[in-house]
Design a protein around this ligand. Structure first.
Ligand code: FES
Length: 104
């Protein structure tokens, strides 16, 4: 199925992005495909933090694993709801999620 997530910019405007959940993509890959400013320099290996986002509304079903925590430990601005978008698989449960891109 297709889901819609929303990317909130610095002015508070929310930009919808419709993404497929049947292509084994990560949220990082989806954001890149939607031409949002996510570098994804390490290709999704939890090694660069350029896909750092904050989840503003909604729940991400999977918890960060050790590699993600280690990388999040290095970012300059860590929020309570920080995640690496490359470690979030696109699934139906993400429908309606609101995120803000922080980057590295
Ligand atoms: S793309 Fe490098 S940590 Fe996510």
């Amino acid at each position: 199925m297709d889901i819609t997530i929303y990317v909130q910019d610095d002015s508070g405007d929310r930009h919808p992005l419709t993404l497929p959940t049947d292509m084994s993509l990560s949220l990082m890959e989806g954001l890149k495909a939607g031409e949002f400013p996510v570098l994804g320099t390490c290709g999704g290996m939890a090694l660069c933090a350029s896909c750092h986002i904050e989840v503003l509304e909604g729940q991400v079903p999977n918890e960060p694993q050790d590699a993600e925590w280690s990388m999040l430990d290095t970012v300059p601005v860590l929020t309570d709801r920080s995640r690496l978008a490359c470690q979030i698989p696109l699934t139906d449960e993400l429908d309606g999620l609101v995120v803000r891109i922080i980057g590295s």
